[in-house]
Design a protein around this ligand. Structure first.
Ligand SMILES: Nc1ncnc2c1ncn2[C@@H]1O[C@H](COP(=O)(O)OP(=O)(O)O)[C@@H](O)[C@H]1O
Ligand SMILES: [Mg+2]
Length: 246
């Protein structure tokens, strides 16, 4: 079986500013690829190009050999800021992507309830955004992304604004969901501990213009123990590779 899903080979500049330089990597089917890099290095730009909502200056992103196209390929993107529509209930919000795709309301509702349950929010289907916490809104964003059953799920610092405790709980949750649904995930973060906790493989980006500095397959069994000596050693090694001051 061909385990390749996505091939990336791109450079990107905004005017005279080089942001991404010779970024070349692949995404394998069902892997949890984490891309880690310092703030401002071009991670969101990369996420936008991967999802097809931004174009590269040079090169391309292909899925199963075909140039990526958000209208054709089923790609979901979760942003750092949870963006719930204030007047939508949770169920309406989570099913909005399905409705756009023309799925009938009965099927959309059933799938909506299923993914709300998947992210642990069963019973909150009729709640509005003002009635739920930041952590719950981020779960809604994840449920919305899963609802369409995407071939590729891209998460751009999805837990960046959460407090440490909620962030840790969300990391456990996202692993549980990934192990259950086995989607292909590209997860972007500037947090090395989070990267080592979650990843099947890590790509380390340099600061601007971003290039790929190192690649680490992560083979520790899951669930991972943050205080395990081997975990701490790898975390320290990646920290020295990555120009992030923790
Ligand atoms: N649309 C844009 N036009 C011009 N510059 C941009 C645009 N988007 C991002 N940038 C610049 O590209 C660089 C990388 O930004 P970004 O991809 O958001 O980094 P990160 O997500 O790693 O913090 C920054 O210097 C930012 O100001
Ligand atoms: Mg960003």
């Amino acid at each position: 079986m061909d385990s390749h899903l996505v091939d990336v080979n791109i450079s990107k500049s905004f005017g005279k500013m080089d942001v991404l330089r010779d970024i070349k990597f692949d995404v394998k089917l069902n892997e949890f690829l984490v891309i880690v890099g310092p703030t401002g290095c071009g991670k969101t730009t990369l996420a936008n190009i991967l999802s097809g909502i931004e174009t590269s200056t040079v090169g391309s992103v292909t899925m199963r050999g075909e140039k990526i196209n958000p209208h054709k390929h089923n790609i979901s993107l979760v942003f750092q800021e949870p963006s719930c529509i204030p007047w939508y209930t949770m169920l309406q919000d989570v099913t909005s992507g399905l409705c756009i795709k023309g799925v009938d309301s009965k099927t959309a509702d059933a799938r909506g309830r299923e993914v709300i349950k998947l992210v642990g929010l069963e019973g909150y289907e009729d709640f509005f955004p003002r009635q739920i916490s930041g952590g719950m809104k981020q779960r809604v964003a994840i449920a919305r992304a899963y609802a369409t059953n995407p071939d590729l799920l891209i998460m751009d610092e999805p837990f960046g604004h959460l407090d440490a405790q909620t962030r840790y709980l969300m990391q456990i949750e996202i692993m549980r969901i990934w192990e259950q649904e086995k989607k292909t995930v590209v997860f972007i973060t500037n947090n090395i501990e989070e990267a080592v906790y979650l990843a099947s493989r890590i790509l380390v980006l340099t600061k601007l213009p971003a290039t790929i500095k190192a690649e680490y397959p992560i083979t520790f069994p899951r669930p991972r123990e943050l205080t395990d000596p081997a975990f701490l050693e790898l975390r320290a090694e990646i920290t020295t590779q990555c120009e992030i001051v923790e």
